[in-house]
Design a protein around this ligand. Structure first.
Ligand SMILES: Nc1ncnc2c1ncn2[C@@H]1O[C@H](COP(=O)(O)OP(=O)(O)OP(=O)(O)O)[C@@H](O)[C@H]1O
Length: 300
């Protein structure tokens, strides 16, 4: 009752939005699609929620074929699209009632499923959706996507433009929904959110680079990573770019993450090189790989 995607491709004019995508989401799994803007995440969501037909390939959602059995899928999935999808001029309660009605249900019938989320916006039930904060809009959109008790939930960048506290609360809600046997496919450009998924697929330019648990993806990183800092960040990037032992060097927060082509490379080699280049306040320290590092390495 999860999701199966087999060799899905989709091209818009000349843009290959998806190229031979295959993966499986197990029933009850919280699966993340992690990738930058334009990676193809929305296109994939639209295909799986039957709003768009793939050029080639097959997919099933909750056991139903996305083309042949699209009507059944629509009754069994909840979809929270990336951009705010609610009726801005309707109130919170009217929006929820509207979605309940089109699925032939009522707020009361499935209140248990949305209770946790809805109680937080219920005090504002008479406010128009267009006047809600980002975090509240997101909670309302999730309530609307859940009101017909879907088996599978699709969330396209649900936390983009939402403050950090609401983001954290949102992920806690997803974990609780997962315990109620809902399969969840969520996309995000935030690498820290990737860590909260059971498994993730790293996607860029319409292709999947890797699928595994966040832990396995991090531990598969093939090189030692050093975090590097000096008083002149711009010059540091330039000099690391020109260094003959550099495999990769890219900004990572306040540091540059550096890997070397050499297998017996030592932090001292880099310190000596940077001293030669007149850098001051040099800091070079080995650090643990993150999902973002794997992403950078695989998309090189
Ligand atoms: N209707 C369309 N017509 C032409 N090109 C499109 C269309 N929709 C998407 N694309 C292109 O297909 C590629 C994948 O887009 P898609 O929206 O699926 O990516 P995404 O990962 O969801 O990114 P974003 O978060 O920016 O929506 C992009 O290059 C995009 O410009």
């Amino acid at each position: 009752m999860g999701i199966k995607v087999i060799n899905i491709s989709k091209t818009y004019d000349k843009i290959k939005a998806l190229e031979n995508i295959s993966f499986e989401v197990k029933p009850g799994e919280l699966f993340g699609l992690i990738g930058p803007d334009g990676a193809g995440k929305t296109t994939l969501f639209r295909i799986l929620t039957t709003l768009l037909i793939a050029d080639t390939g097959e997919a099933t959602v909750a056991g139903y074929d996305v083309v042949q059995e699209y009507k059944s899928i629509r009754n069994h999935v909840g979809y929270m699209p990336g951009r705010f999808s609610l009726y801005q001029d309707l109130t919170v309660e009217e929006n929820l009632n509207f979605f309940a009605t089109i699925f032939g249900t009522t707020i009361e019938e499935n209140y248990d499923l949305i209770k946790d989320i809805y109680v937080q916006i219920e005090p504002f039930k008479n406010r128009r959706a267009g006047k809600l904060s980002g975090g509240m809009k997101q909670k309302l959109a999730l309530s609307c996507a859940l009101i017909h008790k879907p088996k599978v939930l699709f969330l396209d960048e649900p936390t983009t433009g939402v403050d950090p506290v609401s983001r954290k609360e949102f992920w806690e809600m997803l974990k609780r929904l997962q315990k109620k046997n809902i399969t969840i496919l969520v996309s995000t450009p935030y690498m820290d959110e990737a860590e909260l998924c059971d498994r993730i697929a790293l996607i860029t330019d319409g292709k999947i680079l890797e699928i595994d648990t966040p832990e396995a993806i991090k531990s598969s990183f093939p090189k030692k990573i050093y975090r590097v800092k000096s008083s002149g960040t711009f010059q540091l990037i330039q000099d690391l770019g020109a260094y003959d032992k550099t495999h990769s060097a890219y900004p990572f927060g306040e540091y540059i993450h550096f890997t070397s082509t050499s297998t017996d490379f030592k932090a001292k080699d880099l310190v000596d090189f940077l001293k030669e280049k007149n850098h001051s306040n040099i800091e070079v320290m080995e650090t643990d790989p993150t999902i973002e590092d794997t992403f950078m390495e695989l998309s090189k």
